[in-house]
Design a binder for this molecule. Sequence first.
Ligand code: PMV
Length: 328
Amino acid sequence: MVTVSAPGKVYLFGEHAVVYGEPAVPCAISRRATVTVRERDDNSLIVNAKDLSLEGFTVEYSGGINAQPDIDVSEHLVEAAMAYIETAISQVREHTNRPNAGVEVTIESNLPLGAGLGSSAAVVVSTIKGGITELGGTISDEKLAQRAYQVEHIVQDGRASRADTFCSTMGGAVRVEGDDCNQLDAPTLPFIVGYDGGSGDTRELVSMVQSLKDEYSFAAETISTIGDIVRTGESLIQTGQMNELGDLMNFNHGLLSALGVSSRTLDSMVWAAREAGADGAKLTGAGGSGCIVALDDSDQTLTALSYNPECEQAFRAELDTDGVVIES
Ligand code: PMV
């Protein structure tokens, strides 16, 4: 039996634009998915996902992937989660050359599903690493990130960037531009996350931005302006200039709103953070609903978000320099 964990992430800059070849800077955070893999005598796949999210949003599931889980969350989220795990196990079987290997996968996570914190990437990275290790194999971090990206690419119908999976594998702040992925030197960034209790449909939101880009030149220009923000922002990360980084996060949020991927609840949390004195705040991930990220090393943003009626949960999440880790 092997237990592996991998971090979730926030986007400091660049979501959506990264799909069209612009750079993005996701940062791993100190919230993780933990996956335990145990080899089975038969060739079946059993998934136990008792805790796929934050409080009040729990998936109770045990059985083969075609069995019906007993759940109180939307079916598309559970179907998506199961598709990620099944595809991750296909990668394990291929890598170890054990096409009929049976495994039991148990997932624990304090990352909300589909809320912009990279829960699927953290689960996929941990499942592949745990599965390969349990079956007696090894894999480099570069190959692991590549296999995890393949899983997202397959499950998300070819619309996925390498950002989430590379960041979750390597940890820390990373820069992703097309196939080019690098780690960045970054100081401890004081992230505060606000979560509205909802989730966005990444596939739908990406396709909406694509249609907007095809129809209106302003949308294409907005995407390339987001790229300019990332290029400016990445040089500030190393020097830890919080005020300037925060301003760029605010600009980035405005441009994401122009592309139609923000929402009333996300905007409300962003404004609550800014008014509380955060250096900057923006939505993180695909948008629609889910999480915002703010920069604030005081407690004021956390307090303001915890009193904001649109915010179901707020927490501090420092930059996590550890990527995927074998726990035991
Ligand atoms: O919400 P998430 O964590 O799935 O992030 C989506 C980020 C996008 O840029 C919108 C899509 C992608 O694959 O990069």
